[in-house]
Design a protein around this ligand. Structure first.
Ligand code: SF4
Length: 275
C-alpha cells in the first residue's frame, strides 16, 4: 500500500472517531481550505508499465534452456514454453501450447503465424489442410517433413469470441509478445535458411517492412542474420488455387533449394510451368 493511502486511511479513521465522540466541527486554516479547493494535477503512475520493447527484452531474458546438443536444448526450451501463461487470454482459451516440430539440426526452418483449431487440438503446427499442402511442398523439395523444422510466431491459438468457431489472425502485439520463444528456437537450430509463410508471419517478423507479401515474396531478406525467403502461406494458395500462385510458391522453394545447394532436377524446374 502507498504511503499516501496509509495517511488517507489514518485521517479518515481519526475523523470518524471524532465524529463518534460528538465532534461536529473542526478548525481549519484558510490556506488549507484554499489548497484543498485547487484541482489536483494527475500524478505519475507509481510504477509505470515498461515500454513494449523493454517488456519483451525482460521476457526474453527469462527464457533459458540447458543441454549440450541442439535436441537437448530444444527439449529444455519446449518444457518451459509449454507452461507459458504470459498472454492470459490465450493461456485461458488454448488446449495446449503449439511449440514447434521437426529436426532441431535442420538446415531449413519454416515459420508461420499461429496455430489454428486443428493445431491447437493436436499440439503440432501445420496439421490441417494448409499443413498437408506444406508437407507436400516439403516432400516435393526432396525432404521428409521430419527432416526440417516448422514453427509459428505465436505459440497459442488466437482465441475466438464466445460461441464462434474458426480461426482468426494473430494481432501484432500478440506476435511481438511471443516472439522471444521463436528467437530461442532459431538461435538453437541456426538454420541456413528461413522461410516466412504468408503476409502475417512476415509482418510479425519484420514489422518495419512496407509492401505486402505479393511484392516481397521471392526476395531474399535477412532475419537474425539468416537468409529468409518470404512466400505465400499455403492456406492462401488453397484459397486461390491458381496455376500462377502454385508456380510462384514453388519458384520461391526452388530459390531456397538453390541457396542450400540442394539438387534441382529438370522435372522440379518444370513443375507448374504447364498443366
Ligand atoms: S502466445 Fe506465446 S507468450 Fe503468449 S502465452 Fe502462449 S506461449 Fe506464452
Amino acid at each position: 500500500m502507498s504511503e499516501f493511502r496509509e495517511a488517507l486511511d489514518a485521517t479518515i479513521s481519526h475523523l470518524e472517531s471524532l465524529k463518534r465522540a460528538g465532534v461536529t466541527h473542526l478548525p481549519v486554516r484558510a490556506e488549507t481550505l484554499e489548497a484543498l479547493s485547487r484541482p489536483v494535477a494527475p500524478s505519475a503512475p507509481l510504477a509505470a508499465a515498461p515500454p513494449a520493447a523493454e517488456a519483451q527484452d525482460m521476457f526474453a531474458e527469462r527464457i533459458r534452456y540447458t543441454g549440450s546438443t541442439k535436441a537437448e536444448k530444444m527439449a529444455s526450451l519446449r518444457k518451459q514454453a509449454l507452461a507459458c501463461v504470459k498472454c492470459k487470454h490465450l493461456a485461458a482459451s488454448r488446449t495446449q501450447v503449439v511449440f514447434g516440430v521437426g529436426n532441431p539440426e535442420s538446415e531449413l526452418m519454416f515459420v508461420g503465424e499461429a496455430p489454428g483449431a486443428d493445431e491447437d487440438a493436436k499440439g503440432e503446427p501445420f496439421v490441417g489442410r494448409a499443413g498437408q499442402l506444406l508437407t507436400k511442398i516439403i516432400e516435393t523439395m526432396g525432404y521428409k517433413r521430419s527432416d526440417i523444422y516448422i514453427g509459428n510466431i505465436l505459440k497459442c491459438r488466437p482465441n475466438m469470441p464466445e460461441g464462434e468457431s474458426g480461426n482468426r489472425q494473430p494481432t501484432d502485439p500478440e506476435m511481438q509478445t511471443c516472439l522471444p520463444w521463436l528467437h530461442a528456437q532459431i538461435d538453437i537450430i541456426q538454420p541456413k535458411v528461413l522461410v516466412a509463410l504468408g503476409a502475417v508471419a512476415l509482418r510479425g517478423l519484420l514489422p518495419e517492412l512496407s509492401g505486402g507479401i505479393t511484392k516481397l515474396r521471392g526476395r531474399w531478406l535477412l532475419y537474425r542474420n539468416i537468409p529468409m525467403m518470404p512466400t505465400y502461406h499455403p492456406a492462401f494458395v488453397l484459397r486461390q488455387y491458381t496455376m500462377q500462385n502454385r508456380r510462384l510458391i514453388w519458384e520461391d522453394m526452388l530459390a531456397v533449394l538453390e541457396r542450400l545447394g540442394r539438387p534441382i532436377t529438370p522435372k522440379m524446374q518444370n513443375y507448374f510451368k504447364s498443366e
